[in-house]
Design a protein around this ligand. Sequence first.
Ligand SMILES: C[S@@+](CC[C@H](N)C(=O)[O-])C[C@H]1O[C@@H](n2cnc3c(N)ncnc32)[C@H](O)[C@@H]1O
Length: 235
Amino acid sequence: MESLQDTAAQLRCPGGVQAGETARKMNEIHGTLNRKCIEHMQIAPGDRILETGPGNGAFAGEIVAAQENVAYVGIDWSPDMVRQAQALHAGLIERGRVEFLLGDSQALPFEAQCFDKALTVHTIYFWDDPARHLAEMHRVLKPGGRLCLAFADRTFTEKMPFARFGFQLYRVQDATALLESAGFIVEDVQQIVEASRDETGAVIDKLLNIIIATIASAQPATNGAAAGASRCKAD
Ligand SMILES: C[S@@+](CC[C@H](N)C(=O)[O-])C[C@H]1O[C@@H](n2cnc3c(N)ncnc32)[C@H](O)[C@@H]1O
């Protein structure tokens, strides 16, 4: 049986023989939250979208299908997840609609103002310096850009025994304060409650937070940057 440390390590950076099974379970358990984020991003035709920590990118196809001419880049620090994502989406990659890169979200390999929208789901727990990750998101989003940050609330995660191993836990107000310090405007907070189980097997509420944060428009936001425009290509 997988130890609590192993579970925590797989969620932080899925890899090795367990990587496939970890991704399968994450995609199953995290589907509702990811789909809510896609909805709240308000994807527009021509949007260029960044996802940090997408795992094997299971929802990238739904993102690019949301509107016409949408381009998606996913960046994850797990080589196994990037390989799986590239295999899963070979057709969309071939057509230039999606791209998966290996990298750390605290140092994004893009020039400033490359993306219209960004999302990151169940990743904040692993950020040693959350201000750096959010500063990077802020830097690469365009004026008028929109970020969807989604995570399980501290009231739930603190009941998960594996979260004792390297997880940073947050409530909405903690994450909101971090976003505002990074220069974002918190526009909306949505919450979902799912049924889950604690370590005794008892059914408990899993409170999930979706924070929608925007960047002030210096001028009317321009949509429709060409997918893969060279200044926005990864280094
Ligand atoms: C718990 S999984 C969530 C995956 C997916 N977003 C979902 O909702 O199912 C966390 C993912 O974030 C990635 N990750 C964690 N920290 C990261 C970082 N600093 N930079 C890039 N990826 C990171 C992990 O490799 C993993 O794929």
